[in-house]
Design a binder for this molecule. Structure first.
Ligand SMILES: Cc1cc2nc3c(=O)[nH]c(=O)nc-3n(C[C@H](O)[C@H](O)[C@H](O)COP(=O)(O)OP(=O)(O)OC[C@H]3O[C@@H](n4cnc5c(N)ncnc54)[C@H](O)[C@@H]3O)c2cc1C
Length: 463
């Protein structure tokens, strides 16, 4: 029987498509893949999009794919922007967003169980009824899914400085292996699939810890430069302040936000801090912060609460000035940020391009730095120029000791700066063992599609 018919038998006629329009839509993610890049990467688009709605349907699809050696590309909210959810070797795109049921909140254990395609927005709203929350969630919560966050690592996000990464929130999850077998994994074994970007299995059901919702208070400070802002943040952490969320916003990003109509006081750098706790505790923390951050200027007049209200929109909003965006995420220790930023500004000045930067504090002293490169994918040469700038920025980041956050399709040349050799060898062996025919998300992580002419300059120092 033809593959399309078999897929229809498994998922129903309405949940299988080979229409050209659907395939075009599904073969782009948030960061877009213009034709010039598709050609250079030698992309082979998918032939089918399938929308399964249960674990057993996914298991059947993977059994079929294994038998016929058909590549499968899992795709959820497609917000990761590194091309990980794009089909590059033909085959089937597995749209996981119909796995969108919240199964239960257990008020005895305070655990919540969800299907993996549930969006964070939906889960946050649901848990609010029980006055509970998950320790961490991404700022892409309106579209990102729980399974997508786990699969892309879930290391940084709102709540991370206080509650840690998503791996610390997991009770267990269900995963369908490339052979179609269904497994329940718990920590520490679940870590195998966290950050595997859909190359080792499909995460289908997740049980997570929850915490009580407490009060939030937000503060924003203006600083003269990155050095004084970073010093201030390091001082806060040293003195035992545990922010719920902390974000640095540079002057280019602030300028762009102002041009797009956001009313933010003029300053070269803004630090936004959200604190979580009881009313009394919030007051004490706030007082302590005001005593520590004497080198910054406190913004009054509701700037902080407006920033908190815009927390799910502040970054993506900037895309309006694109219309396309190249997404970069570099993990740096706070101590290395000033050096990174000074080399980064030098490069942008040399190329005469203003690139806005946001940094989000993760767990410990690490910060996720996100330069937002705005472009227009319809102008092929402009896009290529910015893509090559993005690679030079990554080189600066890894050169000062940072790491690239996520691999997907675009960051494969930086693999050695993301994983140690031992981790990489282990991952390669595991992939061969679980997926000998390489049907699950081929062309990603350990397989490289990026051609030499788009490979980065060698970074100054290797990890
Ligand atoms: C404005 C903005 C803000 C962001 N903020 C954050 C942030 O705070 N923290 C952060 O970590 N990231 C952030 N990101 C990156 C991204 O949004 C997150 O990684 C997000 O959790 C990805 O979820 P998704 O559902 O969109 O996954 P997708 O982009 O659809 O998929 C990501 C990868 O996981 C695979 N995958 C997806 N679902 C599954 C599954 N169920 N089983 C197996 N594999 C799967 C896909 O094949 C792909 O390789 C941000 C991005 C944007 C654009």
């Amino acid at each position: 029987m033809e593959i399309g018919k078999k897929l229809e038998e498994i998922c129903g006629k309405n949940n299988v498509s080979d229409s050209k329009l659907d395939l075009i839509v599904y073969n782009s993610d948030l960061a877009s893949l213009p034709p010039v890049i598709s050609k250079l990467y030698d992309i082979k688009p998918a032939k089918y999009v399938v929308r399964p709605s249960s674990t057993s349907q996914i298991s059947e699809i993977l059994k079929l794919a294994n038998e016929k050696k058909i590549p499968i590309t899992p795709r959820a909210g497609a917000t990761a922007g590194l091309g990980g959810a794009l089909a590059v070797s033909g085959g089937i795109i597995l749209d996981l967003t119909s796995l969108d049921k919240i199964i239960e909140f257990n008020s005895k254990t305070n655990y919540v169980t969800v299907e993996s395609g549930v969006s964070w927005k939906k889960l946050i709203k649901y848990l609010t009824k029980f006055n509970r929350k998950i320790g961490i969630h991404p700022s892409s919560s309106p579209s990102a899914t729980v399974g997508g966050f786990i699969s892309s690592g879930g290391y940084a996000g709102i709540g991370a400085p206080k509650f840690g990464p998503i791996s610390e929130q997991i009770v267990n999850f269900e995963v369908v292996l490339p052979t179609g077998e269904i497994l329940i994994v718990k920590p520490p074994f679940s870590s195998t699939f966290i950050g595997a970007e859909g190359t080792l299995g499909i995460v289908t059901k997740i049980c997570l810890k929850t915490y009580p919702i407490k009060g939030i208070t937000a503060l924003t400070f203006g600083f003269k430069n990155m050095r004084s802002a970073v010093q201030g943040v390091l001082e806060l952490l040293k003195k035992g302040i545990q922010p719920y969320h902390l974000m640095l916003v540079d002057k280019n990003f602030l300028n762009l936000s102002r041009k797009l109509g956001i009313d933010i006081p003029k300053h070269d750098l803004m630090v936004f801090i959200a604190l979580e706790g009881s009313l009394e505790n919030l007051g004490l923390q706030k007082e302590k912060i005001l005593k520590i951050l004497t080198n910054g200027e406190l913004f009054n007049g509701g700037v902080a609460s407006e920033e908190w209200d815009r927390r799910y929109n502040a970054e993506l909003f900037i895309k309006r000035a694109g219309p396309s965006m190249i997404l970069l995420e570099i993990g740096l220790s706070l101590a290395d940020i000033t050096e990174f930023v000074s080399q980064y500004y030098e490069l942008c000045e040399e190329k005469d391009i203003e690139v806005g930067l946001i940094g989000i504090l993760g767990h410990g002293n690490t910060m996720l730095c996100m330069p937002f490169l705005l472009t227009d994918e319809r102008k092929g040469m402009d896009y290529l120029k910015l893509l090559s700038l993005s690679r030079e920025i990554i080189s600066i980041g890894v050169g000062v000791g940072g790491t690239v956050y996520g691999v997907g399709l675009h960051n494969t040349p930086y693999l050695n700066y993301i994983y140690s050799t031992e981790t990489l060898n282990l991952f390669t062996e595991l992939k061969k063992f679980l997926d000998p025919d390489n049907i699950l998300n081929p062309g990603k992580i350990i397989e490289r599609k990026v051609p030499d002419q788009l490979s980065p300059k060698p970074p100054k120092q290797k990890r």
